[in-house]
Design a protein around this ligand. Structure first.
Ligand code: MN
Length: 357
């Protein structure tokens, strides 16, 4: 069936049905209910989210580099892209590298929507999805560039991510706590403290004093995309290795360098690892009031595990074992953390003890 001059021409022109798993229908667009939407998370050359609204037999589409805003105070860029076939609302999978839009695509949300206004340069819709709900306006600013703005207040259980959280600090101790069962133990990794602010596929790293250290560690930047779509604040340490051992001296060479170009040159010789040991904020809510044990469990659920980031083990009630392990690894000792302790932001506390081996 020949389909000349319909709204999917641009879509077909960009794709070879023999080379992409995406649907490439030959026929003219069918008609639907004008009420389905999908948001796809697309790990293309740059991560983005594709918002598609079913309209007159096609999916009218925008690419959102920062996703759909949850905060009415922050408008996000929405780049208008070619209309997609209705079948695309079900598509997820791997578009081969080298093809148009090459990369992994997952469905972030699907649902229905109601149209309040549909003009060439302004669209107002009310989305009802499982992750995204509320009234949004899309408006053209220039050419393909549009913006998306949330017209409703934020969802009731959602608050914006804090700009800065100061780390909780351990108190030095000469011995393990006597009530071993009430504590969890982590190795003292002998690195530099770093908080990771992860949102819309990006990460910002700050040191214990709140200074931005993102440029110093280019190999940690993909952490943001690896956790997408999750938004969270992680607490942890940056460590460097030399001959398989944690090395403070190797780390110093990286810490000193704050220039992005200079830092990139050091990555292959002295790569760093980010060891995330705590979770302070997750998806619109602080987790700092939760006991350490519960925060650890949520952290484990995030599966922070990649080439340059890990969640190091912790040992609930195992002080002696942890101390022996730190000795084997040539580390300074352990950090004992009370399992029931909330996160005391910016405070030195006796709920966390730094015990030397
Ligand atoms: Mn895309």
């Amino acid at each position: 069936m020949e389909a000349m001059g319909d709204r999917l021409d641009e879509y077909r022109r960009k794709r070879d049905a023999a080379r992409t798993p995406e649907p490439v229908p030959a026929g003219p667009p069918p008609t639907g209910g004008n009420d389905t939407f999908v948001i796809q998370q697309h790990h293309a050359r740059r991560l983005h989210w594709d918002l598609r609204l079913e309209r007159d037999g096609v999916l009218v589409s925008w690419a959102l580099p920062r996703g759909v805003p949850r905060d009415p105070k922050r408008n996000h860029l929405a780049v208008h892209t070619e209309d997609h076939p209705l079948e695309y609302a079900d598509f997820h999978g791997e578009i081969p590298a080298g093809e148009y839009g090459g990369g992994r695509m997952t469905i972030f949300d699907r649902g229905t929507y109601a149209t309040e206004k549909w003009r060439d340069r302004e669209v107002i819709v009310v989305l009802s999805g499982s992750r995204v709900s509320g009234k949004y306006v899309l408006f053209q600013t220039k050419g393909k560039d549009w913006m998306i703005h949330r017209m409703d207040p934020p969802e009731p259980d959602w608050a914006p991510m804090p700009e800065e959280v100061r780390p909780m600090v351990a108190t030095g101790s000469t011995r393990l706590p006597p009530d071993d069962d009430a504590w969890g133990y982590e190795l003292n990794w002998d690195g530099v403290r770093a908080l990771a602010y992860v949102d819309t596929g990006r990460v910002r790293l700050a040191d214990a004093e709140g200074r931005d250290r993102t440029a110093s560690y280019p190999e940690l930047h993909p952490l943001g995309e690896s956790l997408a779509p999750v938004a969270c604040i992680l607490d942890g340490v940056v460590v460097a290795f030399d001959g398989g051992k944690v090395s403070r001296a190797a780390l110093e060479r990286r810490v000193e360098v704050t220039d992005a170009a200079a830092a990139r040159k050091l990555v292959s010789r002295t790569p760093v690892q980010y060891l995330a040991f705590d979770l302070l904020w997750l998806e619109g809510s602080s987790t700092m009031d939760l006991p350490y044990e519960d925060r650890r469990e949520l952290l484990t659920g995030l599966d922070v595990a990649g080439a340059h980031w890990q969640t190091p083990p912790h040992f609930p009630g195992g002080g002696k074992f942890a101390l022996e392990t730190s000795r084997e690894h040539g580390l300074p000792g352990v950090i004992a953390k009370r399992l029931d302790a909330p996160y005391a932001e910016g405070k030195r506390t006796k709920k966390w003890l730094r015990v030397k081996r």
